[in-house]
Write a protein that binds this ligand. Structure first.
Ligand code: G4P
Length: 190
């Protein structure tokens, strides 16, 4: 997606050849006009999949998923919770996720009320790195007997291997900007 790539090149900051900071439009301040274009592009790429729900993970995926949902007939957006809270149903699907960035494992949870066996679910997230979060979401959808119709990612860091993990699960992946590598604190797009 050209508009997104241009924005990354204009405002993204590469840290230690590993992290792309995009706080000014994606992860802290959110550019809603850009989010709307991102939502349209996801619709374009998944238009024949008859999506009934979108699943994401807190926190940064939520804004993008909500705007994207408006391009999918306002399907409900569910977000997996990372922190156990008293207001979360006890009856929840759970999956273990290992974060390579934080070097720790955490559990993600979705109430059983919100995913049903007939659902056709699109996973949306802001970043794909090693793919552990995406694998956790796939696991939860499959526990519920629903169908994973694809994964839509805004920025994929190809060099961290997440794509391979997802494809090994037999899930279709579309990323709007793919960073093949980071060298000398510069980005190389695929
Ligand atoms: P993985 O899920 O693909 O395996 O990634 P990893 O554990 O390594 O990433 C942990 C968190 O860091 C995720 O956010 C992920 O979106 C984010 N992340 C990974 N690489 C980058 C990057 O280059 N730039 C930015 N801005 N974020 C990156 P999270 O913990 O779920 O936090 P949240 O921001 O969604 O709350």
């Amino acid at each position: 997606m050209e508009l997104l790539k241009k924005r990354i090149l204009k405002d993204g900051i590469v840290i230690k050849n590993r992290i792309l900071k995009v706080d000014s439009f994606l992860n802290h301040q959110m550019d809603i006009e850009l989010f709307n274009e991102i939502g349209k592009e996801f619709k374009n790429r998944f238009k024949h999949k008859n999506i009934t729900k979108i699943l994401t993970i807190e926190a940064s995926g939520i804004g993008i998923a909500c705007i994207a949902a408006q391009h999918f007939n306002n399907v409900p957006v569910i977000f997996a919770k990372k922190y156990s809270a008293t207001n979360l149903d006890k009856d929840a699907y759970e999956s273990e996720v290992y974060s390579f960035t934080k070097e720790e494992s955490y559990k993600i949870r979705v109430s059983k009320k919100y995913i049903n066996s007939g659902d056709r679910i699109l996973i949306i997230d802001d970043f794909l790195a090693s793919g552990s979060a995406a694998l956790g979401l796939i696991d939860i959808i499959r526990q519920a007997g629903a169908e994973v119709c694809g994964i839509g990612i805004v920025i994929e860091k190809y060099f961290q291997g997440g794509r391979k993990m997802i494809e090994e699960c037999g899930v279709y992946l579309e990323s709007l900007a793919i960073i093949e590598d980071m060298k000398d604190n510069r980005l190389i797009f695929k």
